[in-house]
Design a protein around this ligand. Sequence first.
Ligand SMILES: [Zn+2]
Length: 398
Amino acid sequence: MITQEELGGRLRRARERAGYTQEEAGRAIGLDDTAVAKMERGKRGVGALEVKRLASFYGTSTEDLLEDPTAEGEVPLTVAMRATAGALGPKAGAMKRRLQRLVADDRWLREDEDDAYDAQDFPALDLPKDLEDLERGYQGADLFRERHGLGHSPIADVAVLADELGVIVARMPLGGDERSPEGCSALDPQTGVAYVLINSDKPRVRRRFTIAHELGHLALGHLHGGEMVVDETVRGRSPREREANAFAAGLLMPEAGVADGWQRLERRLGQRPSPIDWIVWLAASFGVSDQAAAYRLVNLGRIHAVGGTTADSIKEMSENPEMLREAKRRLGLSPVTADAERGASEVGPAMRARVARALEEGAITVDGAAEMLHQPPEDIYRWVAQIGIRLDAAEAPL
Ligand SMILES: [Zn+2]
């Protein structure tokens, strides 16, 4: 069984593929165009005979229109990792379906772009085979920075960087609690285009780390067998998870950049910083969590030199809110920054531009764009008005 909304969506896609307007479809089966619009929005039931007539008018079959929803609009990507009991939970399932849908929609949008795929190819980094997992991740991150000319400064926006590299980054809100998945990624085996979907309800520093972690899966070749990774948490224990985490830490906090940061902080304070000052400073300047900063400093072997402290005491420090607050106050770091992306549902600029083009050419409707961008139609109308896309009179909001 499929829902009325789902059937409506399929009817709309079938009509758009066939290149008809709602009026033309309505006329062909003896209905007025508002009836077709209502059907497509799932606001009106569709009779068996109507499905049959529309299917034949659109050049498709009734079976295709009524097919089981789990098979529709999906691409064959298998979930290979973090397949713990939770990975099969409803939120991870929703994330997986959204990613599959994203891949399918983007394939469709790219159909007219002849050389789009060649330009987006994302080869795995060439690393020695015998490296231990953490070392593989760190070296991979260094090589990645080198290959893309990133130097060793902090990355202002890792999602923008991914987009520049041809990776489609999308966001969906799935809850901010510990049990909600962080993100997932896949490499379309047909086109070689990479996709990252992240849970926008997580705090900013966690989202940055997750995108970097998913870029790690991609750069380290974990996805090159047409697999999809769903990350319930980025505190993974498997070798591939540790590799991706080390990659994320190395990408966001490159060793040379950390050394520079140390010198800047020392100059600023006029003395050797204490470990806790060092942690909050690194976290703030590289846009990572205090825990990630502490972990990185321990792994780089830098912080032991500071106060003769142990790795465990450093990690404890980074989880002591009182100490963190005090250090931030001392250094004048603001604990709260505006976070407009939190809870957002959207896709990155490259795919959004393709949606805009399809809208303007009349290849998709506002409802179609809303579905592709995973946003309500009202948002699409607002977006259309803001960026000056001209819609057909039939498409303009009432
Ligand atoms: Zn992972």
